[in-house]
Design a protein. Structure first.
Length: 248
């Protein structure tokens, strides 16, 4: 299949296409932790703010931080009154820190958001870190392997160890208190949307730096073929894992 060279606008594509794929994860975690009116929720790696918007709809006070300035700008459009900040390192912006202490802190998009951060949390606060489930239960694993190969990585380097969530919790000095898994299928209206959504995740950033963009898109489209339906939609079943820990 000839690549279409889809215009790449990562932050906007994340907000408009990809972010909603993890809604089942957000809902499951908020249900488990009892996020309600009066909860104080901080999102590390908050993206363009959908998870925080869902917490705010439950009555929670929310704040967020993300390394991607463009995503934070989109989050501010959704949550103009919430303390939101862009952070290039591990320091939580002052305005976000002053909104604490928080009783729920989420790192929905992987352990990297939690690494090295001094958490503005009260004692006993819940901290949740989430990531991909087992590759054999994630259709997207085949697409991620394409990204790894084009970037020159091994599968192990890309996927990371199975217990990376628990390791992140331990490294942060937190006390594990539970875990869970949630089905988060990736469904797209067509191949174009699938390419735009997947490129917006950051999984292909290294591949795009190492390889010509048209080659990346060509191989991504080929990897998507087994998941394309007769009506043109793309459906990829996935499972995400999360670990709940407490601030000692």
């Amino acid at each position: 299949m000839t690549p279409t060279l889809v215009p790449h606008h990562p932050a906007r594509d994340w907000a408009e296409i990809q972010e909603r794929m993890l809604v089942p994860l957000y809902e499951a975690v908020y249900d488990r932790l009892g996020v309600v009116a009066g909860s104080r929720v901080l999102g590390l790696g908050c993206g363009s703010g959908l998870a925080l918007l869902m917490a705010a709809a439950r009555g929670a006070r929310v704040a967020g931080v993300d390394r991607d300035h463009a995503r934070v700008a989109l989050a501010r459009e959704r949550l103009p009154r919430a303390p939101l900040g862009a952070a290039d390192g591990t320091a939580v912006p002052e305005a976000v820190r002053e909104g604490g202490p928080y009783d729920v802190i989420t790192a929905f998009h992987g352990p990297a958001a939690l690494a090295g951060v001094t958490l503005p949390a009260e004692r006993g606060a819940a901290v949740v870190v989430a990531g991909w489930g087992p590759p054999e239960r994630c259709a997207t694993a085949s697409v991620r392997r394409v990204a790894a190969r084009l970037a020159g990585w091994t599968a192990t380097e890309h996927d990371g160890p199975r217990d990376c969530l628990a390791e992140a919790v331990a490294a942060a000095g937190l006390r594990p208190s539970g875990s869970g898994g949630v089905a988060c299928p990736f469904g797209y209206a067509d191949r174009d949307s699938a390419v735009r959504g997947l490129l917006s995740t950051g999984e292909f950033d290294a591949a795009l730096r190492a390889t010509e963009p048209d080659q990346v898109e060509k191989e991504l489209l080929e990897a998507l073929e087994p998941y394309a339906r007769r009506d043109g939609t793309v459906w990829m079943p996935n499972v995400f894992r999360y670990v709940v820990a407490r601030v000692p």
